[in-house]
Design a protein around this ligand. Structure first.
Ligand SMILES: [Fe+2]
Ligand SMILES: [Fe+2]
Length: 286
């Protein structure tokens, strides 16, 4: 049976954390080495990075580390196979993490998409329907609604009504509907409490839920929802909003927490127990 590509979920690398460029460079090399050793052939995998690539977007050395990571993961194998790499920004990619600065929006787009005018949600169809089942990956910028003087403080997320409207339209695009599977990914955790996670929650999470539920009612099912931001790495949200796989990716960079990499082996497998969680560092950020 034809399978979709496997998904490697990375998030919250926080490269440059504690201004420790040396340790962060080790993190880059460790992530690269682990993936290239364990995830072969590269043509079978999609790497999804759900934001906070750097710890402080104001520091050029941290962008350099992040660019180095993406370049290393983009290297073709001797057989010329490559990973598909998809990513969206987190709050730390637009500043210190506690305020989102609009000036970083076009910089981020130019850096990672080579197009400062690209518009979120990003849609990428992965798989050609011959060697791999087609999957539509839809990436959101969960900072976009925060990029104004009233909202920019703290580490809250807000997708914003324009992007949510566009999400509803893009889910209904013929090429997206025709895919066997759909995956939505964003930075901010959409299930955290505004009380217990004040300053860190996704303000319009209910609107996001509504867009996805209405699409589901129309027969357009989302099969996985991937995010980060809280560094928790928990998977107990599975089946929330009617979505089978709902994964908090934790912190691949190990900022204050043990880190791991999650692999979704097969989106078509109803048994989520087949998905892998691999301990990666012990939380010492080294
Ligand atoms: Fe983070
Ligand atoms: Fe974050």
């Amino acid at each position: 049976m034809l399978k979709p590509k496997k998904i490697v979920h990375l998030t919250d690398l926080h490269l440059g954390y504690e201004d420790d460029v040396v340790n962060s460079a080790k993190t880059v090399d460790r992530v690269k080495a682990w993936i290239m050793t364990n995830c072969t052939p590269r043509s079978d995998y999609v790497i999804v990075i759900t934001g906070d690539l750097v710890n402080n977007a104001n520091v050029q050395a941290q962008w350099d580390l992040s660019v180095d990571l993406i370049q290393k993961l983009s290297e073709p194998a001797p057989t010329s196979e490559k990973y598909e790499i998809l990513l969206v920004p987190g709050n730390h990619d637009y500043g210190t993490g506690s305020n989102a600065d609009p000036k970083f929006v076009p910089i981020f787009k130019q850096q990672y998409f080579n197009n400062s005018g690209v518009v979120y949600p990003l849609v990428k169809i992965v798989g050609n329907g011959t060697t791999h089942e087609k999957v539509a990956f839809i990436g959101l910028d969960s900072n976009e609604g925060e990029l104004n003087p009233q909202d920019e403080l703290l580490a809250d997320g807000e997708i914003g009504d324009p992007q949510l409207g566009e999400l509803g339209r893009k889910l209904r695009r013929d090429d997206v509907k025709e895919c066997a599977y759909r995956v939505v990914y964003l930075h901010h955790h959409p299930f955290e409490s505004p009380v217990f996670k004040f300053g860190h929650w996704l303000k319009d999470r209910k609107k996001l839920a509504d867009v996805l539920k209405v699409a589901d009612d129309d027969g357009i099912k989302v099969d996985a929802l991937l995010f980060g931001h809280n560094h928790g790495g928990r998977s107990f949200h599975n089946n929330s909003w009617g979505i089978h796989r709902v994964y908090d990716g934790g912190t691949t960079g190990g900022k204050r927490k043990p880190s791991f990499i999650r692999i979704i082996e097969n989106l078509s497998d109803p048994d989520v127990g087949a998905d892998k969680t691999v301990q990666f560092t012990d939380g010492t950020h080294s």
